[in-house]
Structures are given as structure tokens and as C-alpha cells.
Design a protein around this ligand. Structure first.
Ligand code: SF4
Length: 251
């Protein structure tokens, strides 16, 4: 498993060139030995992330590259280890809007062609829909809704997911005007050191009931792999999970 970090301006060491950044993981993990083999593999990695002609990039330093090119190098560095899973933490949010789609499409190509699994963490629910088959929505350390991405976007059930979607720019909703479905945000994101009891969204939820403050609801299955933890849909068919180690979506 390897990480792709959010900020390619700080995840590459400014005093080392691209060859060094890619040769190190190849050598440490024993995937290439000898200068010639290392160079060949570094060039191959640069081509896999569409940095070509690769020979022109191999001796460059991070400051000589654009943000998108740096992120491609960071992705190549992650690939050098031959991972099965990539954890991409907001991999496009630091990039110029015009090149975000290029990087997302590169990651999609790696996912589909090289059968890599991705855990893609984002606050941008639109890119989650574009990228991921399944989406988990997390609020203050609790996963509150999950299922197929299209279903989550088109039929959001949890009030926090509805709030997230209402905050995302949507030309159709703007045209629909006042009649469109929209939630009003209220309150602040809670302290994660002393989070609210029960459902952590209850201080901000327009539908909060007394029970919401007391206990976190169990998971209610809604069909088609779609589920939520919210008393609006019952107390849950399953006991609530406390595990917060897997998350995709906003916090
Ligand atoms: S469990 Fe209660 S507070 Fe939490 S989202 Fe559902 S209705 Fe709102």
C-alpha cells in the first residue's frame, strides 16, 4: 500500500532530482539493481504517468515542474513500490482546476488498466462520484452513509450527505431556483476531542430528535448496497460500528 499526498509542492524533496525520487523506492524494495536497470525503470515509471519524453524529465528538479507534473512524479513514486492499493488523500485539491481532470483521468486509467485498488479521500463529492464506484460519507469520525456512488449522489438519505450535496455547485439546481431541495447549514464542525454524544451531527441536524443525542443509530440497509446510520430510517438493522479506520468522503 502506498500514499499519494495532497500537496505535491511539499511531498517532493526540493534538493533531489526526479531520478533520485523514483530510484530510491525501486532500490529499497529491490525492484531494480544496477544503474542501467534503475534508469530504465525510472523512465518506464515516468511514461506510465504520461510524463514524456521521459528523458527530459528524469534529471529535472521539482521546482522546474508544474503542479500537475509534480503530482505525476508523486504518483510514479508510489507506483515504484508495486503496490496493490493506493491511498490518495485529496490528490487533486492543491492543483489548478484546469489540470485536476487530467490527474483524475490518470488515476482512473491506473485503476482500470493496472487493476489497482484506490481509497480516495476527498471533500469534493463530485470528484468522488466521478472516480469511485462506492462512496462512504464520514462526519466527525463516524461513517454515516455508504453505497454505490451514483445512488448516494442521486438519493442521499443522511442529512449530512444532503447538506454536502447542497453545498456542491450544481448548475441545474441554480436554474431550478427556490423550489430546489436544499438544506440550510447551521452550527459549527464539532470538536473531535470532545465530540457530541450520540449522532455527532445532531447539533447541526434540522431533523434531530431526543434519541439522536443519546445513542448513535445502527446501520439501516436501504437496498442496492445503500445504507445509512440515521434514526430517520429506523434504529438500524445492525449494531453501530465504532471503527473509524476506513473513510471516504468528507469529514
Ligand atoms: S440520527 Fe438524528 S441527528 Fe443524526 S442525522 Fe439522523 S435525524 Fe439527524
Amino acid at each position: 500500500m502506498q500514499l499519494i499526498f495532497q500537496d505535491p509542492f511539499s511531498s517532493l524533496n526540493p534538493v533531489h532530482n526526479i531520478r533520485y525520487h523514483l530510484a530510491r523506492p525501486l532500490q529499497i524494495f529491490g525492484h531494480a539493481r544496477g544503474e542501467r536497470e534503475v534508469t530504465e525503470q525510472v523512465l518506464a515509471l515516468l511514461r506510465r504517468v504520461s510524463l514524456s519524453p521521459a528523458e527530459q524529465f528524469i534529471e529535472k528538479y521539482p521546482h522546474q515542474l508544474s503542479g500537475g507534473q509534480r503530482q505525476r512524479v508523486a504518483i510514479a513514486r508510489a507506483l515504484a513500490v508495486q503496490p496493490e492499493v493506493l491511498l490518495a488523500d485529496e490528490p487533486v485539491s492543491m492543483l489548478d482546476v484546469s489540470i485536476r481532470l487530467d490527474i483524475l483521468n490518470l488515476l482512473l486509467r491506473l485503476k482500470d488498466e493496472e487493476k489497482l485498488a484506490f481509497l480516495f479521500i476527498t471533500h469534493d463529492i463530485a470528484s468522488a462520484r466521478y472516480f469511485a464506484e462506492d462512496t462512504l460519507v464520514m462526519y466527525a469520525g463516524q461513517t454515516v452513509e455508504g453505497g454505490p456512488s451514483d445512488e448516494i449522489i442521486q438519493e442521499p438519505k443522511h442529512p449530512y450527505t444532503q447538506l454536502l450535496l447542497s453545498a456542491a455547485p450544481d448548475p441545474e439546481r441554480i436554474q431550478a431556483g427556490a423550489g430546489s431541495k436544499e438544506l440550510t447549514a447551521r452550527g459549527e464542525i464539532p470538536s473531535l476531542i470532545t465530540p457530541p454524544t450520540g449522532c455527532r451531527f445532531h447539533p447541526r441536524c434540522p431533523h434531530a430528535m431526543p434519541v439522536c443525542k443519546e445513542r448513535f443509530p445502527g446501520r439501516t440497509n436501504l437496498g442496492n448496497g445503500h445504507w445509512t446510520n440515521c434514526y430517520l430510517y429506523g434504529a438500524g438493522d445492525e449494531s453501530p460500528k465504532t471503527d473509524t479506520s476506513v473513510a471516504q468522503g468528507a469529514d
